[in-house]
Design a binder for this molecule. Structure first.
Ligand code: NAG
Ligand code: NAG
Ligand code: NAG
Length: 899
């Protein structure tokens, strides 16, 4: 598939009979390290050696699964999986590693587990060796002593004989690369050997491959016909070539995969021998080969000893992968598409084998049950697995989540939490609690993938007659400023001129800064673009300092007024109606300097003076006025967070003052139009607010619903509630800010009150509601005790896979439109901005998807929900100056060559 589609979501189902599974391993969960006659394993020894494990933790008790068969089986049942993959502890059955003595209690434990699983219809998948070699065998050389091959075969034979009538899937070894390199090379895992990293890992690997092959042949000879299949679980990171167009990078990535995975897979799946590239690489490092050599007979025995390819995949390498999210532990960066590429590589390299993913999962550093990160991880990785299966034809038969529950994460101890169920290790009972991810995984299994939801199905139909189709810009984002001369044709300095010319405030390529799209000189070209697109309306903004350079009417810049007349006349001549925003963030800098801009009540009447001129000048030709664009953004980002002009950082206070002055300025402007212009000019005045939609992050927690409501009220209710409901802020907002202010020792609420007179001035001052909407977030309850992040503590705390803040969530706009109607009343709505950032010059197919899917949801809101949507305005006509992000994000329907 095409590279641009790499991260697209793919709807579809896995084939019938696909095996959903979940996994654990003995040492990580069982505990009972010396119970009922169990022998010690190398992990008992290792974890009992101080300094080897984080916090000197051990697996002595772990999840206490040795005593909790019933509990564990219940967890498995709750997930709805078809398989449960666990491992047998060799030394629990053979305490000294040899068949000389069988520990019956150990056999009973596994029998009980297997029978309980079968009783609930779950197939056991059994790993024979998940790293816990009997210590007695280690004492005579462990995996470095060739006699381990026979010991393993005897142990495996016993398991086949004892449990095999009920087991369809056997795994001999889990992750031989990790066993050999971490255990015998760098020694950070048991048995902790690091004395000869150039030899020991290769010797251990050699014996593992032989032990695997021998056990496979035993199984083949005596059990296979009556039982099931057997394989080895291998692991690797996906290696992405740094430059996929550079053959030597591609070769290096391939070499990496061969040396981690091919080391084991090549002998087993190909010719019984190591890959040539590995032999060459290892042997080149020293004159004497450190890679042991298989005899011809051994090669014959080894080749073809797997009934399926079992793979554990977690992450990708190319450090760091751009845009990847770092998870816990630190070796794990989240790169979902790496899974698909790895599966395809296996498919090609090993001749289209049957593949099972035997582990995949993510850790978190905290023990929370509200693990959105894991939900997102599974969703993204499993979706990539689906693409490999459905789009690429990889023969993928099953998927296994790691892990059933939080457990002992080897030398990291109990820090990283990988479980679908949380385990409380401070409680002797080791209670298990479902995490959100367990519920998600269960849903995914029941759906057998990602069926297209009815929610997302397209409808067909037409928009109402006279629906407004428009596109939008704003003055500062497209107009022209000459370096050094802030007064081209008499324009005054705006606050965004100051911000954007201050180094460090904009991530911008300065050379375009003073020109932007040069629309001040190219409005006729802009009109041609609009005409060729066929829009009925064009939404643009007037620059206050272009009309009143010092903010007040002492100086009126007639050149500025002439410019807007020319633009408006040009539009009307082309049959396009102007839709004019009076304030799109470019306050005259003089007003900011004189009294602090929007935080001062002085601003109200100055704004009214300015709009009075605009109504008088342009009102005969302009029938739709928007007083303000996105008060939430310019107050919060400009006066609280300080990331937008005027870059003031005073969270929890200034934005509320600015918001109040904005509301009153808006109301006064509306009243002015109502009293003096409406009868003659017959136009409409409204306001544009921006709002993301929010969904509760956890649909099972009431506090997340409450948080969602607060998010929406802080976003929209702050302005819409006074204007359309009762002249005052929403109760939720008043109560919340008051409570927090009191808790912080403030004498009164930081949210300024509105007097009765102000309320009646504000109430009812919009003929329509302009809605700017881009994306949907997940809201959840958080509480930061200070007033910093008052807003952020309520919202935009979303964990996403990908780099952009803007995730297309088409159904969000429909829900938002319905919310507005229910919450603020059934009034005319224009979608005054909606659009997507997509950077290819011509092939902006993501933007096409965005518009298509969002417009369909708008159509549903109109047709199915009777929301009174009158128009849709695409943001933006052309690429432009995206505020603090400079010229990098491209929102334009037209590409602008800034060079
Ligand atoms: C682990 O044990 C060693 C030896 O007793 C001690 O020096 C070290 O401080 C312990 N580490 C922790 C984190 O307790
Ligand atoms: C390997 O194991 C055998 C017993 O199985 C033992 O006799 C021999 O000494 C061991 N080799 C080493 C190097 O420990
Ligand atoms: C208008 O602004 C200018 C420049 O800031 C200032 O000097 C003047 O006094 C203002 N005029 C009025 C009437 O406020």
């Amino acid at each position: 598939t095409v590279a641009r589609e790499r991260d697209d979501f793919h709807y579809g189902n896995f084939p019938e009979g696909f095996k959903w599974s979940v996994s654990t391993s003995a040492y990580q969960i069982e505990g009972g390290w010396n119970a009922d006659g169990k022998g010690e394993s190398i992990w008992d020894t290792f974890s009992h050696t101080p300094g080897k494990i984080a916090n000197n933790e051990t697996g002595d008790v772990a999840c206490d699964s040795y005593h909790k068969v019933k509990e564990d089986v219940n967890l498995v049942k709750m997930l709805g999986v078809q398989q449960y993959r666990f491992s047998i502890s060799w030394s629990r059955i053979f305490p000294d590693g040899t068949t000389s003595y069988v520990n019956q209690a150990g056999v009973d434990y596994y029998n009980s587990l297997i029978d309980s699983l079968l009783k609930i219809g779950v197939e056991p998948v059994v790993t024979l060796y998940h790293w816990d070699l009997p210590q007695a065998l280690e004492d005579i050389g462990g995996l470095l002593n060739e006699t381990v091959v026979d010991r393993f075969n005897e142990y495996a034979d016993f398991c086949f004989k004892t449990f095999g009538n009920r087991i369809k899937f056997w795994i001999t070894f889990n992750e031989p690369y990790v066993i050999t390199w971490l255990g015998y090379g760098i020694g950070v895992f048991a048995p902790g050997i690091n004395s000869s990293p150039g030899e020991a890992p290769y010797q251990a690997a050699h014996n593992i491959i032989k032990a695997h092959a021998k056990a496979y042949r035993t199984y083949e000879k005596f059990y296979k016909g009556k039982q099931g299949g057997i394989g080895m679980t291998m692991s690797t990171e996906w290696a992405e070539p740094k430059d996929p167009n550079n053959p030597s990078d591609v070769e290096a990535a391939d070499r990496f995969l061969q040396s981690i995975l091919g080391w084991f897979a090549h002998p087993i799946f190909k010719n019984g021998d190591y890959p040539e590239v590995v032999k060459k690489q290892v042997n080149e490092r020293r004159t004497q080969s450190r890679l042991p050599v298989f005899t011809d007979a051994e090669k014959v025995e080894i080749a073809g000893t797997a009934d399926f390819f079992a793979i554990n995949g977690y992450t990708s390498r190319l450090e760091p992968i751009p845009g990847a999210i770092q998870a816990t532990p630190d070796w794990l960066q989240i790169v979902p598409w790496g899974m698909r590429r790895l599966l395809n590589w296996l498919d090609r390299e090993y001749g289209h084998p049957t593949i099972y993913i035997t582990e995949n999962g993510v850790g978190t550093s905290d023990a929370t049950v509200d693990d959105q990160i894991r939900v997102n991880f599974y969703k993204a990785y499993i979706n990539e697995a689906l693409k490999a299966q459905q789009l690429d034809g990889v023969d993928l038969r099953g998927y296994t989540a790691w892990s059933l529950m939080d457990n002992f994460e080897w030398n990291s101890g109990y820090g990283p939490r990988f479980g679908l169920f949380e385990v409380d290790f401070n409680d002797a009972m080791r209670p298990r609690t479902p995490k959100r991810s367990s519920i998600y995984y269960n849903q995914l299994i029941r759906n057998n993938g990602f069926p297209l939801l009815q929610r997302d199905e397209r409808i067909t139909g037409d928009f109402p007659l006279n629906f407004i189709w428009a596109t939008a810009t704003s003055s500062y984002q497209v107009q022209h400023y000459i370096e050094g001369g802030w007064n081209e044709d008499g324009k005054g300095l705006g606050i965004w001129d100051v911000t954007s010319h201050t180094p460090g405030l904009i991530s911008v390529r300065y050379k375009y800064l003073y020109v932007a799209c040069d629309s001040y000189h190219k409005f006729d070209v802009d009109i041609e673009l609009l005409s060729s697109m066929g829009v009925s309306h064009y939404r643009f903004s007037l620059s206050w300092p272009r009309i009143l350079p010092s903010g007040n009417r002492t100086t009126i810049n007639h050149a500025g007024i002439a410019y807007y007349h020319a633009l408006i006349d040009g539009l009307l001549a082309a049959g396009i109606e102007p839709m004019v925003t009076l304030y799109h963030w470019d306050l005259p800098n003089a007003l900011q300097e004189e009294f602090g801009g929007w935080v001062s009540p002085d601003i109200q009447d100055l704004f009214v003076e300015y709009v009075d001129i605009c109504f008088k000048e342009f009102g005969p030709k302009v029938k739709r006025w928007i007083t303000f664009n996105e008060p939430w953004v310019f107050t919060v980002l400009g006066y609280a967070d300080g990331v937008h002009s005027p870059n003031i950082k005073d969270p929890g206070r200034s934005e509320y003052q600015a918001g109040k002055n904005m509301l009153l300025a808006h109301a006064k402007a509306y009243r002015l139009y109502e009293a003096q212009y409406k009868a003659v000019q017959n136009g409409e005045v409204g306001i544009t607010c921006n709002s993301d939609w929010s969904e509760p992050r956890n649909q099972y927690r009431q506090v997340d619903y409450d948080a969602t409501n607060r998010v929406m009220q802080f976003f929209l209710g702050w302005f819409m509630h006074p204007i359309w409901v009762n002249g005052d802020y929403p109760d939720v907002m008043k109560e919340y800010v008051a409570k927090r202010s009191a808790a912080q020792g403030e004498a009164s609420s930081r949210l300024p009150e509105l007097t009765a007179q102000e309320k009646s001035l504000i109430f009812g001052t919009a003929d329509f509601f302009g809605l700017n909407h881009y994306t949907t977030n997940l809201a959840y309850e958080t509480f930061s005790p200070d007033r910093i992040n008052e807003h952020n503590s309520l919202q935009i705390k979303i964990y996403v896979i990908g780099s952009s803040w803007l995730r297309p969530v088409p159904y969000g706009i429909r829900r938002l439109l319905n919310y507005i109607k229910a919450e603020f009343g059934d009034r005319p709505i224009w979608i005054s901005e909606n659009g997507f950032e997509d950077n290819p010059i011509y092939d902006d197919y993501k933007r096409i998807f965005y518009y298509k899917s969002h417009l369909n949801e708008v159509l549903k809101a109109i047709k199915l929900d009777n929301v009174d949507v009158r128009g849709y305005c695409a943001w933006s006509l052309m690429d432009n100056f995206e505020w603090a992000s400079g010229f990098t994000p491209k929102f334009g329907i037209y590409y602008v060559d800034f060079e």
